[in-house]
Design a protein around this ligand. Structure first.
Ligand SMILES: NC(=O)c1ccc[n+]([C@@H]2O[C@H](COP(=O)([O-])OP(=O)(O)OC[C@H]3O[C@@H](n4cnc5c(N)ncnc54)[C@H](OP(=O)(O)O)[C@@H]3O)[C@@H](O)[C@H]2O)c1
Length: 390
C-alpha cells in the first residue's frame, strides 16, 4: 500500500535513552515549570487527588494519574474497518511502550471494531494493575459482532451492555477512563452521566470523559458527574481547541487528551507533496490534505523541522512537545504501528521547551494559516454536538 513515502521512517531520533534514564530524568522533570515539558517514565500509581501535584514523570487528568505521554492503539485505523496489519506485532508494540515508561493506553470499542480492545487486553494482561486504560462507547455498533450501523447510540441500556462487552474484551474488571466517543444529540447528557455514574459506583469504571463535545454539554456533563478528561483532536496542524474547549477544561479542572497529536502523521514529516493516500484512508477525505492545501500546510512541518534541528529532536517530537508544553494537564496519545516510531514518540517527553521558546514557537505557528478542513463533512457533523438537554 502506497500510504506514505516513508521518509519519516528514515528520520533519525537523536534522543535515545533507556527506561532507566527516563526514570532518572523524571526526577529532573519534577522541577519543570507548568509551561515546560517534563520528562517521562515513573511509577504506576493509578489515581490521585485532583489538583495535587503528580510525582515526577506523571500527569493528572482530573483525578487519574497517567504517564506524561500515552499510546493510541487504534492501529492505523484511518481506514474503516480497521486495518490491523499484524496482531502479534501490535501486542509486542504495546508491551514495548510499557517498557519505555508509557502506562496510558487509549482504545475504543469502535477500533477494530472490538479487535483493538482484545489486542490491548492481551498485551497488558501481565501488568494490568500498573497501567491506565481507556475505552469509548457511543457509536451504534452491534454489541456482538461490532458491525457499525452508521450512527450514534448513547442510550443508557446500550451503554451498559457496551461497557460489559469492553470489559470482557479488555480482559479486566474496570476501565480507568471511559469516554463517550461522540455526544448523541438524541440522549440527554444527564442520562449518560447517570448511567456512567452507576458504572462508577459499581467499580466497573473509575473515571469518565467526553470526546469532541459541545461546550454546553461539557459544562452540564461535568456538573452531573465530574469529568476527568476531554479527548479532542489537537495538534500543531489543528490548534482550534486553544480558543475554546481547552480553556473551558482549565476552568473546570478537567484534563485534556489530544488525539491525532501528530496530525495523523503529517507533523512527522512523513507526508509530502508526492504522498498518495488510498481512497479509504481517512486523510484522503480531509481537504487539508488536498494538494492545494497541503502545500501551504507543509510550512508547519518546516517550522517543526527548524525547531527539531535546534533542539536535537525530530519534527514529530517537537510537535508532541508543543502540546505537552501547554500544561501538565495535557497528555497526548500518538498512535503508531511501528516500534521505532513508538520509541521516538515516547521520548518526546525529553524535549524541554522553555517558556520563552514556547512563545517563539507559537508565534511561528500563528503566522501560518492552516488551509482546508480537518474532517469529512459526515464526521464533522459529530464534532461539537450538543446533547438534547444542553
Ligand atoms: N476520540 C476520537 O474520536 C479519536 C479519533 C482519532 C484518533 N483517536 C485516538 O488517538 C490516537 C492517535 O491518533 P492517530 O493514530 O489517528 O494519529 P496520530 O497519532 O496523529 O498519527 C498517527 C500516524 O502517524 C504515523 N506516525 C506515528 N509516529 C510517527 C513517527 N515517529 N514518525 C513517522 N510517522 C509516525 C503513524 O504511522 P506508523 O504506524 O507508520 O507509525 C500514523 O500514520 C489513536 O490511536 C486513537 O487512540 C481518537
Amino acid at each position: 500500500m502506497n500510504e506514505t513515502n516513508r521518509k519519516g521512517d528514515l528520520m533519525t531520533d537523536p534522543i535515545d535513552t533507556t527506561r532507566r534514564t527516563l526514570l532518572t530524568a523524571g526526577a529532573i522533570g519534577a522541577v519543570a515549570a507548568a509551561t515546560t515539558v517534563a520528562i517521562g517514565g515513573g511509577a504506576h500509581a493509578q489515581s490521585t487527588t485532583p489538583g495535587a501535584a503528580p510525582p515526577p514523570g506523571r500527569r493528572n487528568l482530573g483525578g487519574l494519574q497517567v504517564s506524561e505521554i500515552g499510546l493510541g492503539v487504534q492501529n492505523n485505523a484511518r481506514t474503516f474497518p480497521t486495518l490491523i496489519p499484524n496482531r502479534d506485532a501490535q501486542v509486542d508494540l504495546i508491551r514495548a511502550a510499557y517498557d519505555q515508561g508509557v502506562t496510558f493506553f487509549d482504545c475504543a470499542e469502535f477500533y477494530g471494531p472490538h479487535e483493538c480492545e482484545r489486542i490491548l487486553g492481551e498485551a497488558i494482561s501481565s501488568f494490568r494493575n500498573d497501567v491506565q486504560i481507556t475505552t469509548k462507547f457511543g457509536f451504534d455498533l452491534d454489541l456482538q459482532t461490532g458491525e457499525f450501523f452508521g450512527g450514534l447510540n448513547s442510550r443508557p441500556d446500550h451503554i451498559k451492555r457496551a461497557v460489559e462487552g469492553s470489559l470482557q474484551r479488555l480482559n479486566t474488571d474496570r476501565v480507568d477512563l471511559l469516554y463517550q466517543h461522540r455526544v448523541d444529540p438524541d440522549v440527554p447528557i444527564a442520562d449518560v452521566a447517570g448511567v456512567v455514574g452507576e458504572l462508577i459506583d459499581e467499580g466497573k469504571v473509575l473515571h469518565w470523559g467526553l470526546s469532541e463535545p459541545g461546550l454546553s454539554t461539557l459544562r452540564l456533563a461535568h456538573a452531573e458527574r465530574p469529568l476527568a478528561a476531554v479527548q479532542n483532536e489537537y495538534s500543531v496542524l489543528f490548534r482550534n481547541v486553544e480558543t475554546d474547549v481547552l480553556p473551558l477544561c482549565r476552568e473546570l479542572g478537567i484534563g485534556f487528551v489530544p488525539f491525532a497529536p501528530l496530525g495523523y502523521g503529517f507533523m512527522t514529516g512523513a507526508i509530502d507533496m508526492s504522498t498518495q493516500f488510498v481512497p479509504t484512508d481517512y486523510r484522503a477525505n480531509t481537504t487539508r490534505m488536498d494538494p492545494e492545501n497541503r502545500e501551504p500546510n507543509l510550512r508547519l512541518v518546516e517550522v517543526a523541522r527548524d525547531w527539531a534541528a535546534r533542539k536535537g529532536a525530530t519534527p514529530g517530537q517537537i510537535s508532541l512537545a508543543y502540546l505537552m508544553a501547554q500544561g501538565p494537564d495535557v497528555v497526548p496519545i500518538p498512535g503508531t504501528t511501528n516500534l521505532q516510531h513508538m520509541r521516538e514518540n515516547a521520548r518526546a517527553t525529553q524535549v524541554i521547551l522553555t517558556a520563552d521558546e514556547l512563545v517563539e514557537l507559537t508565534s511561528a505557528l500563528d503566522a501560518i494559516e492552516v488551509q482546508g478542513e480537518r474532517a469529512p463533512p459526515i464526521v464533522e457533523e459529530w464534532n461539537g454536538t450538543e446533547a438534547s438537554d444542553a
